[in-house]
Ligand binder design. Structure first.
Ligand code: NAD
Length: 490
């Protein structure tokens, strides 16, 4: 497979290096060798790209196109992604270490995001309000230049998740991809240009979060930032965005519970719990990384999770049989291994994995890891590990299950397994989580609100929620006859 050795910014329709020529090294997670130099953007590059996006917003055709015309372009972007599906998946796997079968699914989902928002924008309609003597109607306008900052887990799909609604809404965009995984985004300029996105409407600046990302957040001509990443980064961004009163959408971290009651269909619940924590290498914001099991089935759940985890196929991410690939970066790998040490030191019972598989002497590999008897006070219960590490905890009552589920600062997703209809709804209502799945894993209808509560985020994206974020709705009030006006000073 050919992989580019140079990755540049895309500003105003052209591939360009950084203004000061700066680059950074990009390693792959299987060999940890540097395969490319990527342009390291700074404030000057962000300025150039914002100027191009602003020009395209103020003078270009994109914001003023009829919804149908923009939708056609979005559908062409989806065509371009589908035509390159295998290459996108291969590059994504090479850069992130995600198993290739799962990367293929993510590429398909990226195309679907563009098709979906093409449909949404064509179907979009606005409210009108009438009462005797007065009519009001809503005008919806794209908000301007949207700043999109994305993380390294499933980068291409998450980029599409922001690009599709932002472009559908008529915004022009500046994307700052994660520095650990710039590769798949380097295919976007060609896809966008081929689809007919006007120059300047889509821009990419690569670089470090603290430099390129921070300059984008601080830029006065960027009224919106859609950010997905760590909760700590989200806090920094909120502070910096406050100076310019920016609109913010924050999709942050998670430590989601998967609650298994004794009356659950245990076979499916265990399949789902394993998939929920080990798919996408466990580098998944909605991972069900805390498995809470009711006491009567607890020992069985632990034994079955341990036995299955030991058989999870960890290996070369480009091999189609691989279930867990290589973790994205040596720094992240070291962090995940630290958590394994922490779990052992805290006294949790390691029942599967916990170390590098013997047959994989190099690369960022960790065997699928399961800790049992994890107490809520332990760091491996409280903190997001973002790797293939599950924490299993017993509970005795429904109240205790809810307390444990809600017992972290996060609130992104929750998974409930029970055959009791009434309990399922009761617990779903009591769990502090932006998204709850009952007797199902993470299958999402694109129309539904996506986002978290507590430290997992602010605002919702998905369907109409995304359109609301990337647009301003303005109300126009019209008098339909004589207006009664109090006559001050008459
Ligand atoms: P991160 O916060 O380190 O980085 C995310 C992005 O922010 C990167 O592009 C980075 O360069 C940029 N950035 C870093 N510092 C910045 C700053 N000061 N100003 C502006 N930009 C800055 O996150 P990550 O490690 O790349 O991603 C993993 C995290 O993302 C996990 O916590 C995960 O749960 C979360 N995540 C959340 C969702 C969700 O929808 N809730 C989805 C995927 C990932």
């Amino acid at each position: 497979m050919s992989v580019p050795s140079k990755i540049e910014h895309f500003i105003g329709g052209r591939q360009v290096p950084s203004a000061d020529g700066a680059t950074f090294d990009v390693p792959d997670p299987v060999s940890n060798t540097v395969y490319a130099q990527a342009a390291a953007g700074g404030p000057a590059d962000i300025d150039r790209a914002v100027a191009a996006a602003r020009e395209a917003f103020e003078s270009g055709p994109w914001p003023g196109l009829a919804a149908r015309a923009r939708a056609k372009v979005l559908n062409k972007i989806a065509d371009g992604i589908e035509a390159r599906g295998a290459r996108i998946a291969a590059l994504e796997t090479f850069d992130t270490g995600l198993p290739v079968t799962q990367a293929k699914g993510q590429a398909a989902r990226a195309a679907e995001n563009f098709r979906y928002f093409a449909d949404v924008i064509v179907a979009q309609h606005e409210a009108a309000f009438s009462q005797p003597g007065q009519l009001g109607y809503v005008l919806r306008r794209p908000a301007g230049v949207a700043g999109l900052i994305t993380p390294w887990n499933t980068p291409f799909m998450l980029e599409s998740w922001k690009l599709a609604p932002a472009l559908a809404s008529g915004c022009t965009v500046l994307l700052k991809p994660a520095e650990w995984t710039p590769l798949s985004a380097s295919l976007l300029p060609e896809i966008m240009t081929e689809a007919g996105v006007p120059d300047g409407a889509f821009n990419v600046v690569h670089g470090m979060g603290e430099e390129a990302g921070a300059a984008l957040v601080a830029h006065p001509d960027v009224p919106l930032i859609s950010f997905t990443g760590e909760t700590t980064t989200g806090k920094i961004i909120m502070k910096s965005a406050a100076d310019n009163l920016k609109g913010l959408s924050m999709e942050l971290g998670g430590k989601s519970p998967c609650v298994i009651f004794a009356d659950a269909d245990l076979d499916t619940a265990i399949d789902s719990a394993l998939f929920g924590v080990f798919s996408l290498n466990g580098e998944r914001c909605t991972a069900g990384s805390r498995i809470l099991a009711e006491r009567p089935v607890y020992d069985e759940v632990v034994a079955r999770l341990a036995e299955r985890a030991a058989r999870v196929r960890v290996g070369d991410p480009s091999d189609p049989v691989t279930e867990v690939g290589a973790l994205v970066h040596p720094e992240h790998y070291a962090r995940v291994l630290d958590y394994v040490d922490i779990g052992v030191k805290e006294g949790a019972r390691l029942v599967a994995g916990g170390s590098r598989p013997a047959d994989l002497p190099a690369g960022n590999y960790l065997a699928a890891t399961v800790f049992a008897d994890v107490k809520p006070s332990m760091r491996i219960f409280q903190e997001e590990i973002f790797g293939p590490v599950a924490a299993v905890t017993p509970f005795d009552t429904e109240e205790e299950a809810i307390g444990l589920a809600n017992g972290t600062r996060y609130g992104l997703a929750a998974y409930l397994w029970t055959s009791s209809l009434t309990r399922a709804h009761r617990v779903a209502a009591a769990v502090e989580s932006g998204m709850t799945w009952i007797n199902s894993h993470n299958v999402r209808d694109l129309r539904t609100p996506f986002g978290g509560v507590k430290a997992s985020g602010l605002g919702r994206e998905g369907g109409q929620h995304s359109i609301d974020f990337y647009t301003e709705s303005r109300i126009v009030h019209v008098a339909l006859g004589d207006t009664h006006v109090p006559r001050f000073g008459a």
